[in-house]
Write a protein that binds this ligand. Structure first.
Ligand SMILES: CC(=O)SCCNC(=O)CCNC(=O)[C@H](O)C(C)(C)COP(=O)(O)OP(=O)(O)OC[C@H]1O[C@@H](n2cnc3c(N)ncnc32)[C@H](O)[C@@H]1OP(=O)(O)O
Length: 396
């Protein structure tokens, strides 16, 4: 095979890149209507193609976004998607060439992290990505779903006319945007591209308003095609009362046997709202957002830390060696240092603890963090772990 020619694609090539990506996922190309709702996500300069003998055989793209980190700050982020190499050209280094180009470009744009949702867990660690948030799928048996007396109560829920739903969801998502680490922006082009959010297609949107009448949460759901279940694709709430009332509303929808919640945060207390906690079953827990820290010092400085003894971490980065370094982490923040490290880890492992999803001690127990000073992994836990589970819940 001759050397791949990796270059930025022009607008006239975006649809071919989309067709190629879908082909690699074993999915049919988009029809014109779906493409019309999707094409605005493509940003000039951010769609790459790998050509061999003049043929497009590999592609990746990214979109400008940002990520909420612990403490509530946002950092600029490259949202990576559309990754695919044609099946007759895989395992020849094409993705590696595309990733190198893409990560260098994102770093040059000043993006502090790159992020993606992975089709397989084995692809991205070599490029410095680690799974940084998780989410769960839940199935609630509606016949048994009675809320406890203690479940928060207040305000009311109303179903929106379809033509109002899109705008209301956008405003409410925006208002809840920094609620927890792991949340990202949903730009204008995101909404029509997302199948479930095309509200003309059978989805229902219900909004909760508080006692003063101000809207503070919504749920988007649709009936499953072949069963008596409701599929909940999006539930966003500004506080615990709005969330509890939206679930209460769902449990009250007639003719429904079960309610399936998709991509929900791990710490959402559905079981604790219910008199019969086993009416809610977790059917899957999976990785959600994968992160690649492109600018480790800026990323470490951007987040807040819990109270705890300081630690010095040494970060290795084989794919972007300039990103390696030693950092002293304290309850007050992070700074570069020459001091001897207490802990050593790869940049992909740092991504796993960066938003607070996993404990450093667990990763040390698995051999992924070297503890050079006794008890330093536990000290790092106190600094890195966050009160709420980080969660993204936004596909892209
Ligand atoms: C964010 C998203 O868009 S997720 C969607 C990702 N796309 C898909 O899953 C579509 C189907 N798969 C594909 O298109 C391709 O297999 C890709 C894009 C995952 C990988 O492309 P390739 O060009 O084969 O990757 P490349 O040759 O650069 O691989 C680099 C290394 O990763 C390994 N690798 C890459 N993909 C995989 C995989 N799916 N499983 C196991 N190992 C893999 C290769 O073996 C290679 O290892 P080596 O360096 O030890 O030899």
């Amino acid at each position: 095979m001759s050397d791949p020619d990796v270059r930025v694609l022009t607008e006239s090539e975006y649809r071919a890149a989309s067709d190629l990506f879908l082909q690699t996922l074993l999915v049919a190309p988009m029809d014109d209507e779906r493409w019309a709702g999707t094409k605005d996500r493509y940003e000039a300069g951010r769609v790459l193609g790998a050509h061999v003998d003049g043929e497009l055989v590999g592609t990746v793209m990214s979109m400008s976004n940002d990520l909420t980190v612990p403490g509530g700050r946002r950092v600029p982020a490259a949202a990576v998607t559309g990754v695919g190499v044609r099946a007759d050209r895989t395992r020849r280094g094409l993705l590696t060439a595309l990733m190198r180009e893409q990560l260098d470009d994102a770093a040059a744009r000043g993006e502090v992290v790159a992020m993606l949702h992975a089709s397989e867990a084995v692809i991205y660690e070599r490029f410095g990505y680690g799974p940084a948030t998780r989410c769960r799928e839940v199935e609630i048996d509606r016949g048994r779903a009675r809320l406890r007396e203690t479940a928060p109560r207040g305000g009311r829920v109303r179903i929106l006319p379809r033509e109002q739903a899109g705008e209301r969801m956008r405003a409410l998502y925006q208002a809840c945007r920094d609620d927890r680490a792991g949340l990202i922006d949903r730009p204008d082009a995101w909404w029509p591209a997302r199948k479930q959010h095309r509200t003309g297609k059978g989805a229902t949107v219900a909004v909760h308003s508080d006692e003063s009448g101000a809207d503070d949460g919504y749920v988007l759901y649709e009936p499953a095609k072949s069963a008596d279940s409701l599929e909940v694709y999006d539930l966003v709430a500004a506080d615990a009362t709005a969330a509890a009332e939206l679930w209460r509303f769902l449990f009250g929808v007639d003719l429904v046997g079960s309610i399936n919640g998709h991509e929900r945060p791990l710490d959402e207390p559905i079981e604790w709202l219910l008199a019969d906690s086993r009416a809610c079953r977790t059917t899957n827990v999976g990785d959600d957002l994968w992160l690649r820290l492109l600018d480790v010092p800026t990323a470490l400085r951007a987040r807040s830390y819990g109270p705890g003894d300081p630690v010095v971490i040494e970060v290795r980065d084989a794919f972007l060696p300039a990103n390696a370094g030693r950092y002293r982490i304290t309850a007050q923040g992070a700074e570069s240092t020459d001091a001897a490290p207490d802990l050593g880890l790869d940049v992909a492992v740092l991504a796993v603890v960066y938003l607070g999803d996993r404990r450093v001690t667990d990763l040390a127990a698995a051999g992924l963090v070297e503890e050079r000073t006794p008890a330093s992994a536990a000290a790092a836990d106190a600094l890195f772990v966050t009160a709420r589970s980080p969660w993204c819940g936004t596909g892209f």
